[in-house]
Design a protein around this ligand. Structure first.
Ligand SMILES: C[S@@+](CC[C@H](N)C(=O)[O-])C[C@H]1O[C@@H](n2cnc3c(N)ncnc32)[C@H](O)[C@@H]1O
Length: 286
């Protein structure tokens, strides 16, 4: 039996453990492949954010620093970018890639970190859906904005609209080990799909003090791999199945992989495997 996770702590300690454990290490090891998968979605949120020369930017949940480093090229030498994350392994990758003088990485919980009030833009690519107390976290994050500053981030719509996540999950969910805590059964629990309800996300941001909140749908695709095998790897690296199978034994993972391969086979084309990805592009002013 898969159980809803009713034991969520009221702080971000569970996410801290998650992103500093096997998952954080996996994201660190697979940074290139993960970035490739997120490429189209990344371009969309970069366009929304429209970082300009000389701006000071904060990248929340910056992970391995890909968007932080890209933002630095947009703001140029007169601007600066700070990436904030709780994951030591991902930040280690970010730091090792950094050649820019105007980029800083900070290991901290964005929900509570004491920000200077000097940012023109707060940005995030899928790094803001993991807070135990989202209104409290965004109230704190807003303190980083200088007068007239803005917020721009991309987050997922519900899992059911995201075939890249739903297809492998549905195919293997009968194999998820008993007593696996699955926050996914609570649509608002901290996790990738926590901001799936656009009305709730708008209300939370307004409650945190943001104004002019706009939440627009983005319909795109996620490239999972050139081969079926690569696409199956993706299902065990990111998304709800990866989370659910993290503690599974080898034999269960093997069975799950076979189920996932079968489920993805009908999406294989000569260009590889791509599946629908549904996001919200969110913007606001501070
Ligand atoms: C789905 S990953 C996205 C990483 C990166 N933005 C990217 O697109 O590659 C979510 C990131 O949010 C970070 N994160 C989760 N909770 C956080 C918090 N409270 N403060 C800062 N970062 C957090 C995780 O460590 C992880 O790096």
């Amino acid at each position: 039996m898969v159980i809803p996770d009713n034991s969520m702590p009221s702080d971000n300690s569970m996410q801290f453990a998650y992103w500093n454990g096997a998952t954080g290490q996996l994201w660190a090891d697979e940074q290139l492949r993960i970035d490739r998968r997120l490429g189209e979605l990344s371009s969309a949120v970069m366009a929304l954010a429209a970082a300009k020369s000389g701006e000071r930017v904060l990248d929340i949940g910056c992970g391995c620093g890909t968007t932080t480093l890209e933002l630095a090229t947009h703001v140029g030498p007169d601007g600066s970018v700070t990436g904030v994350d709780i994951s030591a392994p991902m930040l280690a990758v970010a730091a090792s890639r950094n050649r820019a003088h105007n980029v800083t990485f900070v290991e901290a919980d964005a929900a509570t970190f004491a920000f200077d009030r000097d940012r023109d833009l707060i940005f995030s690519r899928f790094g803001v859906m993991f807070f135990a107390d989202p209104i409290g976290a965004f109230t704190n994050i807003r303190t980083a904005l200088a007068t007239g500053g803005r917020l721009a981030f991309v987050c997922w719509r519900p899992m059911i609209d995201n075939a890249w996540a739903a297809t492998p999950f549905e195919a293997a969910k009968h194999l998820i080990p008993a007593n696996t805590p699955l926050p996914i059964l609570d649509p608002f629990a901290p996790g990738p799909f926590a901001f799936g309800d656009s009305g709730r996300t708008s209300s939370m941001l307004e409650a945190a003090g943001f104004t002019n909140v706009v939440v627009d749908p983005l319909d795109s695709t996620m490239f999972l791999g050139e081969t079926l095998e690569e696409a199956a790897d993706a299902a065990f690296e990111v998304g709800p199945l990866a989370r659910a199978m993290a503690g599974a034994d080898e034999s269960t993972r093997h069975s799950a992989r076979r189920a996932v391969l079968a489920s993805l086979s009908e999406s294989l084309t000569t260009d590889g495997v791509s599946l629908p990805a549904a996001c919200w592009l969110v913007s606001a002013t501070g």
